[in-house]
Design a binder for this molecule. Structure first.
Ligand SMILES: Nc1ncnc2c1ncn2[C@@H]1O[C@H](COP(=O)(O)OP(=O)(O)OP(=O)(O)O)[C@@H](O)[C@H]1O
Ligand SMILES: [Mg+2]
Length: 235
């Protein structure tokens, strides 16, 4: 079957996970796809980046689903963007691991809930994108268990800042040599528009659709869809 549930994951912080989730989601909706974003990070950055609050409506979050108080269909919220729905997060989620310690099936909870969404023909999402926290915690394990596919943003830029451009290229090349076709071709450049957009609660693709960051994420969206097609035809 097709790959529907995709986690954007990397235990390292600040590598562009949330930026990728927001803009891949936006790019896919612009291609006519229906998307559900799950904010699985207590920081709630995907929530605010898509224009919703990570402080209000504290009952309507992924936390309430994962602790068994609500069904996922009860907490799906609309964003101001067509065909882009969101399950929000807030800081409450950071207590989940301790609070569910006695539940031996807890690692499967997210998978089970997302399965119920995909089986609900009325929902008809093309993709569910999960924004993971920067840790190897229960939350990350829940995302791994639930996912058909992972997207792992890699940051090589630190070395560029050091002026070691050749080393940066070598590292990028080593990632490509090792992971081969699994590495997307797109390299998103540093672009201030990407870091401005979240404070306006919009994807950069809408904030400034012609800036270099947007161009990169449009290209990434195409690459993502093409790769998905190849996976489907090979199956
Ligand atoms: N290509 C880019 N150019 C400039 N700024 C960027 C770029 N990508 C991301 N940023 C900014 O860098 C910061 C970290 O990015 P982001 O939040 O996407 O990373 P993350 O991996 O989700 O972080 P965390 O691990 O804390 O969840 C954010 O302020 C974001 O706006
Ligand atoms: Mg993030």
């Amino acid at each position: 079957m097709d790959k529907k549930i995709i986690s954007v994951i990397n235990q390292k912080g600040g590598v562009g996970k949330t930026t990728t989730v927001i803009n891949l989601a936006a790019g896919l909706t612009m291609k006519g796809k229906k998307i559900l974003v799950i904010d699985l990070d207590p920081q709630g950055n995907a929530t605010t980046g898509l224009g919703l609050s990570n402080t209000e409506n504290s009952e309507l979050t992924i936390y309430s689903v994962l602790n068994g108080n609500k069904k996922i269909s009860d907490v799906i919220q609309r964003t101001k963007f067509d065909n882009l729905n969101l399950v929000t997060s807030n800081v409450d989620l950071s207590g989940l691991e301790v609070e569910t310690a006695g539940d031996s099936r807890r690692a499967f909870k997210l998978k089970d809930e997302l399965g119920s969404i995909l089986n609900d023909s009325g929902a008809s999402y093309d993709y569910i994108l999960i924004d993971c926290p920067p840790s190897l915690s229960l939350l990350t394990i829940m995302a791994l268990v639930a996912s058909d596919e992972l997207v792992v943003p890699l940051q090589t830029e630190f070395f560029a800042l050091e002026g070691l451009t050749q080393l940066m290229k070598t590292i990028e090349q080593e990632a490509r040599n090792y992971f081969k076709e699994k590495v997307y071709q797109i390299v998103v450049p540093r672009n201030v528009r990407l870091s401005e957009a979240p404070s306006h609660g919009v994807p950069v693709l809408l904030y400034d659709k012609s800036c270099p960051g947007s161009k990169s994420y449009f290209t990434f969206t195409d690459e993502f869809l093409n790769q998905d097609k190849q996976v489907e035809s090979a199956a």
